[in-house]
Design a protein around this ligand. Structure first.
Ligand code: SF4
Length: 230
């Protein structure tokens, strides 16, 4: 083996690992929420999340998954012929190489969105990506994890999502709206927790209080009752 060959042999495994992500699923569906709602979208669901929200509906993404080379992920995304790609989880930013995937998806010309918990630093996310960033309300059990400095990383095309499980959560969300001037930063979405708050009740609170927020229900739950793969 030449000196060069030896260097390749010793560096290739690390280089390959550096380009891989642990993936729970990749699927083609309709975007069920946020500003790209209704668009045919390829979802790339990364495995793992350091949070444990009480009402989490993707617990199956916490463990397991398979390692995929980023180039293979790009090829699978392309095979579905959709213009929109949503990188989600779990918490996708828990895998640092997610940033590479996001950049490559943008370079390939997709409209890219990132669903993130708001607990991890978003400052290095490609600015072309539409971030849909949660602020965790008290009933999630994870409110202390909100990384408030992330608010200063949001761009006008990003969105803040607050999932509301009770009147107490709603009042907290109203306080945050005022205290952090959330609606001046980007679109703010209020979404009811399925089975915890009646959607109509939340809609009526928003109307009564004349809030500058966008009410949303998850379209995929209405269409497919939240079955995996949609
Ligand atoms: S951050 Fe998202 S994936 Fe993680 S526990 Fe909360 S809802 Fe579930």
């Amino acid at each position: 083996m030449s000196g060069d060959d030896a260097r390749v042999a010793s560096t290739t495994p690390a280089a390959v690992v550096a380009e891989r992500l642990r993936i729970t699923e990749i699927f083609h569906s309709i975007q069920g929420e946020a500003d790209a709602i209704g668009w045919r979208t390829v979802f790339v669901r990364l495995t793992g999340c350091p949070l444990r929200c009480v009402w989490c509906d993707t617990e199956y993404s916490f463990y397991g998954g398979d390692w995929h080379a980023i180039e293979d992920i790009l090829a699978e995304v392309a095979s579905h012929g959709a213009g929109h790609v949503c990188v989600t989880g779990g918490e996708p930013l828990a895998q640092k190489r997610c940033l590479i995937l996001l950049q490559k998806l943008c370079d390939a010309g997709y409209e890219v969105s990132l669903e993130t918990s708001g607990a991890l630093d978003v400052s290095a996310v490609d600015p072309r990506v539409h971030k849909v960033m949660d602020l965790k309300a008290p009933d999630s059990g994870e409110s202390r994890r909100n990384l408030w400095s992330n608010l200063d990383c949001l761009l006008p095309h990003d969105q803040i999502k607050i999932v509301i499980a009770s009147r107490g959560d709603y009042e907290w969300a109203c306080s945050m709206l005022a205290e952090h001037a959330l609606a001046d930063r980007c679109m703010v979405l209020f979404s009811p927790v399925h089975g915890a708050v009646q959607p109509r009740e939340l809609a009526e609170w928003i109307i009564a209080d004349r809030l500058p927020v966008r009410f949303q229900m998850q379209l995929h739950k209405l269409l497919w009752n939240d079955a995996a793969g949609h």
